[in-house]
Design a protein around this ligand. Structure first.
Ligand code: MG
Length: 493
């Protein structure tokens, strides 16, 4: 009921903006808002100027935040790439869709499975409402042709199918490496992976056989292999602007999952040495440039007041990459973990004339983009999804309906947030880093508002809060039908 009344308010505001204001939004599909999702890869909470980085300059993102909303407590739905992307696109937790692994964290090249036909993406839903839909960047939900984004609601795709470090030229591929390890050749496996850090430190495009895909090219869509990764940020930007320009008359969804700043770090010549923050700084400053290009194009097309821009990240910074990785600011740990640094991501909403400029410290999630898009377009049917409509916060009309956030890692609930409180059931560092996995004998409790770095366990002093969260977790589990992990199917073949 709440969602319905908010939608009516949104509809009314569009009707007011429309020159033909006797028409309803549903009758005048041109007035449906364009949605642009700018989705970085492994960008840390502390890596933007507006989120407190002292050296990386991000004037475009700072401006978006000043004129829009900066969300301080916004979460990716998983601490690594593939499940996080699946959650954004479906509005559903990875344990509900099966798009996670207990053994395999993400999808790898030559994956026979991939995004399942029965799951609906935000692109499919918007396409049903007459949207043009495009993805300009990294997919990472399966590289078999049946799993391509063009099969799951996107009219067009320009980008790469998986992470930019997944196809090492001259090294055994995933299946060969698995066979080697099965034969007990662990020393050879270790020798191969030991050469890799040097390649990250001085990356060259020819070290990785990453394909560049353009769905307008026909055939298998691959137009370059290996692609010159230093051009990816620029080419995604140009492709997204070209798409928006071609579709200026129809509502569109432009999903721009940047390849950067996932290592190996690449930037174009123009940004080489631009930042005083080193190569990582160069990469972020080129993304900032890209954001500025996209915002400017939207203004020049005359659709700024009809276009929502969301900027966020798929997970926290890859701390094990040393200076090649980002930082989570004052948050604990990073990518791969369920501490705040792994899943809380720097997020901005921008929509001139509609979004109430503010700093928002309520809870939001990439899970919520699907339900919010449905609300903005007058669709009420969001049953079966975990996301909630954030539009009342965006329009300054009320509080977020999200007061809880589950933190899953590989299908296991490690922690749960309720209001300012976060209860941890298990601890684990990222990718073999300390601490080793430990199921806590008694859960650890942190108050994130006065302890955002999760340093002081206050469970003993707050037994009633622990009990309240445990009740919320019971309710959460009661709503959940957990699907078996799709990423692990490959290991059973
Ligand atoms: Mg990532």
């Amino acid at each position: 009921m709440l969602r319905m009344s908010l939608s009516i308010i949104v509809l009314a505001s569009f009707v007011t903006c429309s020159p033909q204001n006797t028409q309803t939004l549903a009758e005048d599909s041109i007035r449906l808002p364009n949605i642009v999702i700018l989705f970085t890869d492994d960008l840390g909470y502390g890596d933007l100027g507006v989120f407190g980085h002292p050296y990386i300059r991000t004037p475009e993102l700072d401006r978006l935040a000043a004129e829009g909303q900066r969300w301080t407590d916004f979460y990716a739905a998983a601490p690594v790439c593939s499940p996080s992307r699946a959650a954004l696109l479906t509005g559903r937790l990875p344990v509900r869709t099966g798009l996670y692994g207990r053994q395999m964290g993400v999808y790898f090249p030559n994956e026979p499975g991939g995004f399942p036909a029965e799951e609906e993406t935000i692109a499919e839903s918007l396409k049903d409402q007459g949207y043009a839909t495009g993805i300009f960047g990294k997919w990472h939900l399966g590289d078999a042709s049946h799993a391509y984004p063009t099969v799951h609601g996107f009219d067009e795709w320009f980008g790469i199918p998986y992470s930019n470090d997944m196809d090492w030229v001259g090294d055994p591929d995933f299946d060969e490496m698995r066979a080697m390890l099965a034969r007990g050749e662990t020393e050879e496996g270790a020798r191969i992976t030991a050469t890799r850090p040097n390649k990250y430190a001085e990356p060259r495009p020819e070290y990785w056989n990453t394909p560049l895909i353009d769905s307008s090219a026909g055939g298998e869509f691959t137009i370059e292999q290996p692609t010159d990764q230093s051009l990816l940020t620029r080419r995604y930007t140009e492709a997204a602007i070209d798409f928006m320009t071609r579709n200026v008359e129809s509502p569109f969804l432009a999903y721009v999952p940047y390849t950067m700043p996932h290592t190996p770090l690449f930037r174009s010549d123009e940004f080489n040495g631009r930042s005083i923050g080193g190569r990582y700084g160069d990469v972020i400053e080129e993304i900032d440039w890209s954001v500025g290009q996209i915002r400017t194009a939207i203004e020049e097309l005359g659709i700024a007041e009809n276009t929502l821009i969301v900027f966020t990240s798929d997970n926290g910074p890859w701390l094990t990459m040393g200076v090649e990785g980002g930082r989570a600011g004052l948050l604990r740990m990073g990518k791969g973990t369920t501490f705040e640094g792994g899943m809380r991501v720097p997020t901005i909403f921008y929509w001139p004339g509609h979004i109430q400029p503010a700093v928002i410290s309520e809870i939001g999630s990439t899970l919520d983009l699907f339900a919010t898009a449905m609300s903005l377009t007058g669709q009420e049917n969001t049953s079966g999804i975990d996301g909630i409509d954030l539009s009342n916060v965006l329009f300054g009309q009320g509080n977020s309906s999200r007061n809880e956030m589950p933190y899953y890692r590989r299908g296991e609930l490690y922690a749960y947030r309720l209001g300012p409180w976060k209860l941890h059931y298990s601890f684990q560092g990222a990718y073999g880093q300390p601490p080793d996995y430990i199921k806590l004998e008694t859960p650890a409790l942190y108050n994130l508002l006065n302890d955002p770095s999760e340093r002081f366990d206050v469970a003993e002093d707050n037994p009633e809060v622990v009990a309240e969260i445990e009740e919320a977790v019971r309710r959460h589990r009661g709503t959940l039908e957990v699907k078996p992990p799709l990423f692990d199917v490959r290991l059973m073949r």
